[in-house]
Design a binder for this molecule. Sequence first.
Ligand code: AMP
Ligand code: ZN
Ligand code: FE
Ligand code: FE
Length: 285
Amino acid sequence: MKTADLHIHTTASDGRFSPQETVTAAKKAGLSVIAITDHDTLDGLFELLRLQDPISPLESPLKIIPGIEFSTDVPNHEIHILGYQIDPQNTALTKQLKLLIDDRVARAKKMVRKLADLGYPIDYQRVETIAGQSTAIGRPHIARALIEKGYFLRIADVFHHLLQTDGPAYVPHYKMKPDVVIDLIHSSGGVAVLAHPAMVHDDSWVHKVIEYGIDGLEVYHPTHTLEATMRYIKIAEKNHLLMTGGSDFHGIPGRFPERLGIFTVETTLADLLLAKKIPDDSITL
Ligand code: AMP
Ligand code: ZN
Ligand code: FE
Ligand code: FE
């Protein structure tokens, strides 16, 4: 059976595999369609476009859907919105991405200062080195710097003690309101999907996002129970929304899934997503 994974992070944000390594791993895993959905950046996609080499021997063709994941500004709720098939050259989008990325740098520096005050000094320079090619510097990069220093053993422990949203070293980053994100995705020619709706922990917000004009719900996600999946399928059907799914792969040891291909969805879902937008400007590598 042909399979797809419509939610994947790379080193362009806080994933551990480069876009190229992700493509290779996806092919090895036998996937037919993937979407790269890094936080606040399209750099992974640009890297793949640069690497696109029509004469390289391909084990299997892999369709790559351009995507992105935005966190939104709703206090006390994790409302993440995925944008698919956006025009990477869109001016308004490019401008907004620069604001988000610049703020991530300022915010990371603030968190490093807070950590020093809390007795966990690390060099900001080290965080930047760990982030490598990622411009979307995030908490996972800071967590790795803390682990390197020997303060903690696991990323989950760092979040638990310091970096989770109510943790002492947490600093929020600049986010847009969900309706603004949806409008931005639409004006960039894309399709907006509410990521892991169960993580919102409040279905009244799911309904509000539907009112704002979301196009789909990510009904299949590793954090979803069967009950949650069934509930969001029903909500999607009732509201004539697309249904999508993905593994939210980061390549982080100890965080499921540790490799691509073990949490997949049928390619029909990707076909329906692509059919929402004409022409299909995904790339094949
Ligand atoms: P940021 O965008 O910098 O606020 O970081 C958010 C990212 O941190 C998420 O996309 C996850 O990859 C990661 N994350 C959030 N909460 C946890 C947690 N409790 N344990 C491990 N990673 C987490
Ligand atoms: Zn992430
Ligand atoms: Fe998310
Ligand atoms: Fe994600």
